[in-house]
Ligand binder design. Structure first.
Ligand SMILES: NC(=O)c1ccc[n+]([C@@H]2O[C@H](COP(=O)([O-])OP(=O)(O)OC[C@H]3O[C@@H](n4cnc5c(N)ncnc54)[C@H](O)[C@@H]3O)[C@@H](O)[C@H]2O)c1
Length: 330
């Protein structure tokens, strides 16, 4: 009797699976549901970790990897495609800028990372600006309508360069880094205060993704209660936060999983239109700096930030610092 029930259930689940697939194909053919496509420019350590994480989370139907080193992009694409082949139909390919066309999101990760000598990410500016300008010129032609996420460091200045060069709406071109800083902030607080990361709310970092980052202490709740940080705790946590990336680069040469995971949280918010509040770098008033915004299909909508006097002062200082490094798009 039980075996009969199981056989019948199995048959129905097969039929349901078949119908679901047919319905899905029909809807795609009739353009009822859109395929989600993400391109990642740069197939190095961070680009490949980002593409891998997108594939594992199953949030896109197609992932395109582009790198000046075409063989590297091809190898990474094959490896990532095989990592999901038993569980999903996600297409993972290497290509050039023609293949980027039609992307919903483009993540720019190519360029030089920090090495042993660059302590401030701004020191990468001279090394990466011409390269990013060249990529932005290409995206202007092939990625119209896409949301661009600029990750290459210094990500705030690079984001402004991408936005100026493409001429795309400020809301559609986001610099990445503050969300990673915010994840690090949460992890450091949890260690210092001996609580679980998921008990912490409102731990955001805005301003520069760099030395002038602004951790916001005044809105943090732990277990639902506003926490008041001592001056000593604030100073210790801020110091640990500023060194967080450096500690990892010193040990293993680069940061990969932390940034990749937070980049993909941002990509997911766009693709799924979640409108969740995320810290992102947006061009406003002559510089791209990290602010809080609702991120969804149309890009990032800035929200009102409740900053105490110290937070506002540090934020203005960060904006001024970034503006001082602005590069021309011509
Ligand atoms: N914003 C953040 O939070 C964050 C976090 C980590 C790393 N980063 C930055 O991301 C960038 C990449 O870091 P990584 O560790 O992956 O470096 P990597 O050296 O491993 O990879 C860089 C890749 O870019 C490719 N590349 C170079 N020029 C190119 C071009 N013109 N077109 C296409 N591809 C090109 C290289 O071939 C290489 O594969 C660095 O600038 C790093 O500082 C930013």
């Amino acid at each position: 009797m039980a075996a009969d029930k199981e056989r019948i259930a199995q048959r129905y689940s097969l039929i349901a699976g078949y119908l679901k697939k047919e319905l899905y194909i029909l809807l795609i053919e009739r353009k009822g549901i859109a395929m989600k496509k993400v391109s990642v420019i740069g197939a190095g350590r961070l680009g490949s970790a980002t593409a891998y994480t997108i594939a594992q989370r199953g949030i896109a139907d197609e992932i395109v990897l582009v790198d000046i080193n075409r063989e590297l992009a091809r190898g990474q694409a094959l490896d990532i495609a095989q990592s999901v082949a038993r569980r999903s139909d996600t297409k993972v390919v290497a290509g050039d800028y023609g293949a980027v066309s039609g992307s919903d999101v483009v993540v720019v990760t190519c360029g030089m990372p920090r090495g042993a000598i660059e302590h401030d990410r701004m020191e990468l500016l001279e090394k990466n600006k011409a390269l990013i300008k060249g990529i932005a010129d290409k995206l202007k032609r092939c990625a119209q309508g896409a949301i661009i996420i600029t990750v290459t460091n210094p990500s705030d200045v690079m984001n402004h360069l991408v936005q100026k060069t493409t001429g795309f709406s400020e809301k559609k071109v986001m610099g990445f880094g503050n969300l990673l800083d915010s994840a690090r902030f949460r992890q450091i607080i949890s260690e210092r205060l001996k609580c679980r990361p998921m008990e912490i709310e409102g731990a955001y970092v805005i301003g520069e993704h760099g030395e002038a980052m602004v951790p916001l202490f005044s809105n943090i709740k732990i277990n639902g209660k506003v926490h008041s940080f001592s001056v000593k705790d604030k100073s210790k946590i801020t110091k640990l936060l500023k060194n967080a990336a450096w500690d990892i680069i010193d040990i293993k040469g680069a940061t990969e999983f932390g940034p990749a995971s937070c980049i993909v949280d941002t990509v997911g918010a766009v693709l799924n239109g979640t409108k969740e509040i995320l810290p992102v770098s947006l061009v406003q008033g002559g510089a791209s700096a990290g602010i809080l915004a609702r991120v969804g299909k149309g890009g990032a909508e800035p929200i009102e930030m409740s900053l105490d006097d110290g937070g506002r002062e540090f934020f203005e200082r960060a904006k001024k610092k970034i503006a001082g490094y602005e590069v021309s798009a011509s």
